[in-house]
Design a protein. Structure first.
Length: 341
């Protein structure tokens, strides 16, 4: 693909245009109802000529489709901007083009100092920032759910859950990974460990939902995984969590999980030991370094992306051993671990 500096410089504009399309719910309005820009503008309360320009840009990139009569309809890409799409990415697009993109305005600070641009701009880590801003926290929760759904589907069909009865997801946010696993495997029960504010929102959302099949099988456990992880589960999962923390904190998190697994194993006179799935997108190609830079800019000071070798070293440092490794269709690597003896 031919790349120009002018084209690269304009990518930020494209990202913001995509974010605006997500915020306005354009794909939801076009679902089953193709419209001209003028018709869509009336539905969304937007300026017709400006909306036409945005739709032309995004259609040229395959996000929407435009016919010769100037009528727009959804494409496979814009379908994922719909709220009700099973693999919706609407909220992640809004988070990425909003809070994350705004943080990258201070990327030069990170380049000069090695310090988190997010902390530089806001004076705190992202999690403490979200605790004080319910609307942004709600968007963040929904964005994390967008990212978790495809991983849940891939994991549910790849890992053998036959001998598993209970799963505890460490830092599981709104529980979307567990929802996918419990839906695919009705014999499972799940516990989601996360911050109190996250658990409060997720508990209320589940109670208000029509997911009767989950209400007595999924519970939210407020806690601090840097301090303690509850014992008693057959399987522990930690997905897309460790790359948000520096090396020292990552080893502590893994160590707390290992302690919970050891307490679980000690309570069982015989049988299968507790397992842990460490699920992360690892650095494998040059393009993966974009994710590394994101972690340096948005996450806490000292956060770095990890290769498979580094990830395995962290697991071993925390007193765990890797029994096997799975490759998921989402590009994630899942290390299957047990407490080392």
């Amino acid at each position: 693909m031919e790349v120009s500096l002018m084209g690269l410089a304009g990518m930020g504009w494209i990202a913001k245009s995509l974010t605006a399309a997500a915020e306005l719910g354009l794909a939801d309005h076009l679902d089953g109802t193709p419209m001209t820009a003028e018709e869509l503008a009336k539905q969304t309360g937007t300026h017709p000529e400006t909306l036409e320009a945005l739709l032309r840009i995004l259609s040229a990139l395959g996000v929407f489709r435009r016919d010769d009569a100037g009528v727009y309809r959804n494409s496979a890409l814009s379908d994922q901007l719909r709220d009700d799409h099973p693999q919706s990415m609407r909220h992640y697009v809004m988070l990425s083009g909003g809070l994350y993109a705004d943080t990258f305005t201070a990327v030069t600070h990170t380049l000069r100092t090695g310090e988190s641009a997010f902390r530089h701009l806001h004076g705190t880590r992202i999690y403490e920032y979200l605790e004080q801003r319910p609307a942004e926290a709600d968007l963040y929760d929904k964005a994390m759910a967008d990212l978790a759904r495809p991983v849940a589907a891939a994991l549910a069909g790849t890992y053998d859950f036959g001998a598993v009865r209970s799963v505890l997801d460490v830092g599981g946010n709104s529980g979307e990974l567990l929802k996918g696993l419990l839906t695919a495997h009705p014999h499972l029960t799940g516990t989601c460990l996360d911050r109190p504010d996250v658990c409060a929102r997720a508990t209320a959302e589940l109670a208000a939902s029509d997911r009767e099949d989950l209400k007595d099988r999924l519970v939210y456990r407020p806690g601090d995984f840097l301090q303690e992880v509850p014992a008693g589960s057959d399987l522990y999962t930690v997905k897309n969590v460790l790359h948000n923390w520096n090396h020292e904190h990552s080893v502590v998190i893994l160590g707390r999980i290992r302690e919970a697994m050891e307490r679980t194993d000690a309570d069982r006179s015989a049988g299968r030991r507790a397992r842990l799935l460490v699920i992360e997108p690892l650095i494998e190609t040059d393009l993966d370094w974009m994710r590394v830079l994101f972690q340096m800019v948005v996450c806490e000071d000292g956060t770095r992306g990890r290769t498979d070798e580094v990830q395995r070293a962290q697991i071993a440092e925390a007193g765990l051993e890797v029994l096997d490794t799975l490759r998921l269709s989402t590009g994630h690597t899942a290390h299957i671990c047990a407490a080392a003896h």
